[in-house]
Ligand binder design. Sequence first.
Ligand SMILES: [Mn+2]
Length: 250
Amino acid sequence: MKTKLIHEIRAVKTKKELANIIKAQRISEKVLQDTLVKLKTGMTEFAAAKFITKRFIKYGASILAFPPIVAFGKNTANIHHQPGKTKLKRGNAVMFDFGCTVHHYCSDMTRTYFWGKPSAKQKKVYLAVLEAQNRALKKLQKGEKRARIIDKVAREFLTRKFKNNPARPLDGFKHGLGHGVGTAIHEWPNFKPKSEDILPVGCVMTVEPGLYFKGFGGVRIEDMVLITKSGCKNLTNTPKNLKNVILQSR
Ligand SMILES: [Mn+2]
């Protein structure tokens, strides 16, 4: 019999653990929806982040999975951006990456929006990241359990798509494609180019490709999925098609 390690046991969620993660995700989705309604030209990242934190408290989820990331415009190129005084302007990309906890279980989601009509380049980058995510999700749906292969599917697509781009966007895909989620926001297993992890049935993973251009901005789209015997189940309900992420600036 194969010896199991604690991180492997922890990765597989019971029904109750999964229910907590899903509940945390649903609360996050409500908070995101409320935040989109609240957005206004001239609003600072800091004010948006504060609104998000307050909404989580309102919905009874006062312990967040990590400090919310709110980035406008060029700041979306920084994967570790901390909300600051930058004000929302028409034509900006708007990135939200946040999650909360329910009975200690985390949720994690990223969405990138456009405040008004996106430029051709913004559209191109968005659609490429979305396609990379869909390819990874399709591979998971087919039952692929090797973490390295899932990372590769998304990363190779983006590399091919942008290989002639002088901005070298792949300088910016510095993070792995995703990670396990549980009582810790980042836990085993990991989607990374050199990962040797095999996904156990019942683990919850994020799938979050991104492209980042310094001085321009970035796009990241992150969903959480449950790994099942035959494939995966997406736990994220917030729409992400291009038409859903173009917001009317006001
Ligand atoms: Mn994440």
